[in-house]
Design a protein around this ligand. Structure first.
Ligand code: GLU
Length: 298
């Protein structure tokens, strides 16, 4: 990408709780990077989980963002309005033969993995620590799989990772650049993608036509995002995103992963930790310059 092209950033929160200091850091870094590199910072509302992402929380999200000075530049993309686009992407992957119905329930996965581990097998885990999906055929009889298919039992649509990697090629990588201050101008480094470490990731479910991984790549392309700047908790997920971009012929953004704000217990902040929510801090009289200082932006 040429350094003179118009740069497009995005902040992409899920309104399933209130924004906290970690979100403030992400939002502020995005708007400042867009300013510094001469570009735009859009907002994307990641509300595919319609049960947990309520209208009230979305309203509060807009208020919190206005308060910290994140510009609400139109168009704001709301994922709940984009299910058709996700469906088309899923159909393309299905047509490549890379998607299958997986019927194992969470409890069945847990049991199968537990039994294997009890036999001394080291079960592979993804970068978030979750066990990789055991194929249905390794756990259920053919008859049981047929029975579930016939009664249209709940299922997840999973990516056949081995097939996807074979199709995408082994040379898959992404560009990672600095996220703060002068590091923003650094030339990106090439990182080898390792999507296989995630196993057969979920792309959609019987009743939900998409997943985080699928919607994020479809929408980064739709919004013309040139620079994805987000927390390091999503660093490893970039491998899956690059894989889907390659399979779906989507453009490759530059990635930047920023430090996380940790709570007093040393753990990543969560939306249920009310003490660091921006609304709570504002109600206590904290001002925006204090927020900047609290997230280390001085
Ligand atoms: N919606 C995700 C979150 O709130 C961020 C997605 C992304 O930046 O790729 O953690």
């Amino acid at each position: 990408m040429s350094s003179t092209s118009h740069r497009v950033f995005r902040f992409a929160p899920s309104p399933n709780g209130h924004l906290h200091l970690g979100h403030a850091l992400s939002a502020l870094l995005n708007v400042e990077a867009a300013e510094r590199l001469g570009g735009t910072a859009f907002l994307r509302v990641e509300n595919i989980d319609e049960a947990r992402c309520t209208a009230n929380l979305e309203q509060d999200l807009y208020e919190d963002l206005e308060w910290i000075g994140y510009p609400l530049v139109a168009p704001i993309l709301r994922q709940s309005e984009r299910f058709e686009a996700y469906r088309s992407a899923l159909v393309r992957l299905e047509e490549m033969g890379l998607v299958y119905r997986a019927y194992l329930t969470r409890a069945e996965i847990k049991r199968a993995v537990g039994e294997a581990e009890a036999r001394g097998i080291v079960w592979p885990r993804d970068p978030d620590g979750a066990p990789l999906y055991p194929r249905d055929t390794a756990v259920l009889t053919d008859e049981e799989i047929r029975r579930r298919r016939d009664k249209d039992a709940p299922y997840a649509l999973r990516l056949d990772m081995a097939g996807a990697v074979a199709r995408a090629g082994a040379d898959l990588s992404w560009q990672e650049a600095g996220s703060e201050g002068t590091a923003l101008e650094d030339a990106p480094e090439r990182i080898m993608a390792e999507p296989a470490q995630w196993g057969d990731v979920i792309l959609a479910r019987k009743d939900t036509p998409t997943s985080y991984h699928l919607s994020v790549v479809v929408d980064d392309a739709e919004q013309g995002i040139t620079d994805v700047l987000r927390g390091t908790d999503l660093y490893a997920a970039t491998s899956v995103h690059r894989l889907l971009q390659r399979l779906l012929d989507l453009p490759e953004p530059i990635y930047r992963h920023h430090r996380l704000i940790l709570g007093e217990d040393g753990r990543k902040l969560s939306k249920s930790a009310r003490d660091t929510s921006l609304r709570m801090l504002r109600a206590e009289g904290v001002c925006v310059s204090d927020i900047r200082r609290l997230v280390g932006l001085g």
